[in-house]
Design a protein around this ligand. Structure first.
Ligand SMILES: C[S@@+](CC[C@H](N)C(=O)[O-])C[C@H]1O[C@@H](n2cnc3c(N)ncnc32)[C@H](O)[C@@H]1O
Length: 297
């Protein structure tokens, strides 16, 4: 990267050096998140409970526990039975497919696809005439999801290694972006939503479950890296997300926090009181320019 140089002093400018330091900080956060989810994927491959400390990680060697976690998030018994064993890692904070209204033949993109759980459920709805792409930056998660796709014979689902801030996806190619408990983990949410806008077709939609903050987080939560990887400390306030989505060009924005989610969020970091500050929400928005419904297509 070229840093602007002050012509008089020959030094890197203050603005450039503060940009470089915030990029370094963002990279450290991403590295920490990647290591945490690598451990989660490895622990689940070995059939161990997750050992990452405070976390939204619900991965367990007991499928019944993961099923209980996912049922609390709104998945049905059928959802749980119709995906390859091990795809449901109990890592979500909602059920984005429930708000996605996926149609046959559509192209779906899942940001931070983990073991592929939501991708496989979406693939049943798109049918083989559609396509589902999962992106994840953790190599062990991608391998796990690819193994699951082979086990379940999902020919129209693919998993791509990459960061959601730099999506390995072409412009204007996606009908629906889903994501479950991932964008809070990004140190650059504006870049994520700007990329989402780029890859969506005109009229394409966001159907996201994520953790949001209902008020400013105190420093002891905000600065705790384990709480960051555990999907709590990186949560943005609803008003901030609304502004980012508007600035990226989205319309029909609807961010709906779920008060009842405090019941499970309090178990993510017992005794820390995080449920007073963060909760699960659905985030919906549309990229303008699509057709307005069946009658005008
Ligand atoms: C809490 S887990 C959720 C997994 C999955 N969505 C689910 O519900 O089971 C977060 C996932 O997002 C991935 N992830 C986190 N930050 C990411 C980023 N900046 N780019 C791509 N993947 C990311 C992690 O590797 C991990 O697999």
């Amino acid at each position: 990267m070229n840093h602007p140089i002050d012509q008089a002093t020959g030094q890197v400018t203050d603005q450039a050096s503060s940009q470089a330091s915030s990029q370094k900080q963002a990279d450290e956060i991403r590295q920490n998140v990647r290591e945490s989810y690598s451990q989660v994927a490895e622990a689940s491959n070995e059939g161990n409970s997750c050992g990452t400390g405070s976390s939204c990680c619900g991965v367990s060697d007991d499928a019944a526990i993961n099923a209980l976690v996912s049922t609390r998030l709104g998945y049905s018994k059928d959802d749980l039975e119709n995906v390859p064993e091990g795809a449901d890692m109990g890592l979500g904070c909602g059920n984005p497919r429930a708000i996605a209204s996926i149609r046959s033949g559509e192209t779906i993109l899942d940001l931070g696809s983990g073991g592929g759980f939501d991708c496989f459920l979406a693939a049943t709805e798109t049918g083989e005439s559609g396509q589902v792409i999962g992106i994840d930056m953790t190599p062990t998660m991608i391998s796990k999801a690819r193994d699951n796709a082979v086990k379940g014979k999902y020919d129209h689902v693919e998993f791509r290694l990459g960061e959601i801030e730099h999506m390995p996806v072409a412009n204007d190619t996606v009908d629906v972006i889903i994501s479950n408990c991932v964008i809070n983990l990004s140190p650059d949410k504006k870049q994520v939503f700007s990329e989402a806008f780029r890859v969506l077709k005109a009229g394409g939609r966001l159907a996201i479950s994520d953790v949001v903050a209902s008020m400013e987080l105190p420093d002891e939560i905000r600065d705790d890296l384990a709480l960051y990887s555990g999907c709590m400390a990186g949560a943005s306030q609803i008003s901030e997300l609304q502004t980012i989505l508007e600035e990226c060009g989205f319309e029909k924005i609807n961010i709906a926090p779920k008060d009842e989610s405090k019941d499970f969020i309090k178990d993510w970091a017992p005794g820390r009181g995080v449920e007073e500050y963060v909760l699960s929400a659905t985030i919906e928005a549309v990229k303008p320019g699509g057709c307005c419904g069946a009658s005008c297509c």
